[in-house]
Design a protein around this ligand. Structure first.
Ligand code: AMP
Ligand code: ZN
Length: 278
């Protein structure tokens, strides 16, 4: 099945309206660029949002590609300067969090885990500030989702997959912007080929910080499998989705006592991490 048709089917499944304002989280990489390209091509009302993480030359190149893409589509672009807004770039902040965790003997925290928590926090908070945003779209594809599903099984916590899927469920709160994943059923290789065929402005470099994560070991394993097997992992997820959701039940949303953002606990994950290095 053609990539664009698969994405169209996915969007129909979510019942998105062409009037709904969607903010696409653009990293400068191929996945989110293809996501924005297709949403625009199908006539959705989109804008782009980029977090400039200030990871040296890598971030400079990402920003350049995002600016180019938004001009080409054309769509409005919002840029969040991580250093200006939070006082430091991602590398500095991450190192501080990691060393304090280690010093407090709380174990080792992975680079991608810290960056992921902070990016999600920024995306939700900033999307809310832009008038009328109904959804946040990310470039997660089938390979990402197969990794997450498998990782949660390996951790012994399949119920952690409850909030994943094409659209975030379970969390219903006025401060929480639902996230959608238009590329959920598309293999990474197909996304790469598509972006190259269309010559989209993309930074194909990998993030220099993505070094040590357990996720990468799982990704390397999945890369040894044919696409069909990865698709089967997602088919399993689809079949089990309702049962997994029941395992977890409705997520009770509270607001973080420090930053006021929606959180499952009294203190959100981002504040827990940042507080650990004060
Ligand atoms: P990653 O966790 O880096 O694989 O990214 C997953 C998705 O998060 C991407 O497809 C983007 O939609 C979004 N994303 C990642 N990095 C950024 C960024 N610097 N700015 C905005 N969105 C991002
Ligand atoms: Zn917080």
């Amino acid at each position: 099945m053609k990539l664009s048709f698969k994405v169209k089917q996915t969007l129909t499944k979510i019942k998105l309206s062409k009037k709904d304002k969607i903010l696409v989280a653009l990293s400068g990489g191929k996945d989110s660029s293809v996501t924005a390209y297709l949403l625009k091509k199908f006539g959705y009302n989109i804008g782009g949002f980029h977090i400039d993480l200030k990871i040296g030359k890598y971030s400079e190149e990402c920003l350049k590609k995002v600016v180019e893409l938004c001009k080409m589509l054309p769509i409005p672009l919002y840029v969040y300067d991580k250093k200006k807004e939070m006082g430091s770039g991602m590398c500095y902040l991450r190192t501080a969090v990691q060393s304090s965790y280690k010093a407090n003997k709380k174990g080792q925290l992975k680079n991608c885990a810290i960056c992921g928590v902070i990016k999600k926090w920024i995306l939700n908070r900033e999307a809310r500030k832009i008038k009328g945003i109904k959804y946040l779209a990310t470039g997660h594809h089938l390979d990402d989702e197969a990794q997450t599903f498998l990782l949660n099984i390996l951790k012994g916590s399949p119920s952690l997959s409850a909030n994943t899927g094409v659209i975030t469920k379970n969390v219903k709160d006025k401060k929480f912007i639902p996230r959608i994943k238009p590329l959920f059923y598309v293999l990474e290789n197909d996304v790469r080929e598509y972006s190259k065929k269309l010559k989209l402005p993309v930074n194909y470099e990998k993030c220099p910080c993505a070094l040590d994560s357990y996720r990468i070991q799982v990704r390397n394993f999945l890369e040894t499998l044919p696409g069909k097997d990865k698709e089967n992992i997602i088919k399993n997820f689809d079949r089990l989705e309702k049962k997994i959701d029941k395992l977890r039940g409705k997520t009770k949303v509270d607001y973080c006592k420090i930053c006021g953002e929606p959180s499952r606990n009294k203190i959100c994950k981002k504040c827990e991490l940042l507080n650990s290095c004060k």
